[in-house]
Design a protein around this ligand. Structure first.
Ligand SMILES: Nc1nc2c(ncn2[C@@H]2O[C@H](COP(=O)(O)OP(=O)(O)O)[C@@H](O)[C@H]2O)c(=O)[nH]1
Ligand SMILES: [Mg+2]
Length: 291
């Protein structure tokens, strides 16, 4: 939506109006746990605002046309310079934050509970599965943005206490300037020992393929160890089993876990897989811990 459309809608409805991009930015912001993530999101916010300055200024001063030399042009200039300055400031801080993160990275392997992270597109069933595994009752819905705060809960599998993290998830048609901000919301959960990547298997073949590849690409870009990733075919109750099997053979996914977060189908099997995999991971962590 253009600023003008938002302005007009607000006037006619008497309600606050946010467009899709603004909403995604707000959502990311509520999920940001690290200062680096917050900075990335602020940067994306500036990129959202920059192309809207002129029109916003025009709306602000009402009928007065922001012609050359007019007060409108002045507002635009000041605002533009201000945003550019803030952008430079944020970029510097980000460089600094990245340097610090690399410096302290190794100290993260101290004595801690193994962490399992839920990743996947919005509406793939992450929160439903989260509730099921942790016996939590959080709101789930068709609404894409039900998950509003970072959620980590402990749960026990085979006597081992673990932490499970729910994430905001991938979003369809994400504007390119938001990609870095999106990745930064994931970054912390990707430090997990095991990543459950949920794919909604009830969607069309094309959708499944596209989403699978885009998830895997992002995880690769964020240097996630492939061995940590477990592919979960979610909502299997709503899928044609033979079709799904064929697609995943074609995608060369060796042993996906079939789950229906809603009905609970396949969840015991999933628990067993988590338990097996985490035991291996914990063994890998232990020697480093005693160094
Ligand atoms: N048919 C079906 N629907 C499901 C299943 N699991 C979740 N859903 C529905 O899918 C929607 C999105 O689920 P949610 O857990 O909020 O997805 P998230 O965005 O990945 O956290 C909700 O309406 C759920 O009730 C399932 O196993 N089968
Ligand atoms: Mg959710």
């Amino acid at each position: 939506m253009t600023p003008k459309q938002i302005y007009n809608l607000e006037k006619t409805t008497g309600s606050k109006v946010v467009d899709r991009e603004r909403l995604i930015l707000d959502l990311f912001y509520t999920r940001a746990t690290t200062s680096e993530a917050k900075l990335q999101i602020q940067l994306a916010e500036i990129k959202y605002e920059l192309p809207r300055i002129r029109e916003n200024a025009r709306l602000l001063i009402g009928s007065e046309r922001p012609g050359k030399g007019g007060s409108g042009e002045y507002i635009v200039d000041v605002k533009f310079r201000d945003l550019k300055r803030r952008m430079g400031f944020i970029i510097n801080k980000l460089t600094e934050a990245r340097r610090k993160r690399e410096l302290y990275h190794d100290q993260r392997l101290d004595n801690r509970m193994p962490i399992v992270s839920l990743v996947g597109y919005t509406s793939s069933g992450k929160t439903t599965l989260f509730n099921l595994l942790t016996l939590e009752r959080k709101e789930t819905s068709e609404n894409l943005f039900t998950t509003l705060s970072t959620t980590t809960r402990s749960f026990i599998i085979g006597g081992q206490k673990l932490l499970l993290t729910d994430t905001v998830g991938f979003i369809r048609r994400l504007p390119t300037y938001m990609i870095e901000a999106f990745k930064s919301t994931l970054e912390e959960s990707l430090q997990a020992d095991m990543i459950l990547l949920l794919i909604d298997s009830s969607e069309s073949e094309d959708e499944i393929r596209i989403k699978y590849y885009s998830c895997m690409n992002v995880l690769e870009e964020l240097n996630v160890d492939k061995e940590k990733i477990v592919i979960i075919l979610s909502k299997i109750d709503n899928a044609e089993f033979d079709d799904v099997k064929r697609i995943f053979t074609e995608l060369n996914i060796l042993d996906p876990i079939l789950v229906s977060p809603k009905s609970g189908y396949g969840v015991n099997n999933l628990r067993k897989s988590i338990s097996r995999k985490i035991l291996l991971q914990v063994k890998k962590i232990q020697p480093q811990m005693s160094r």
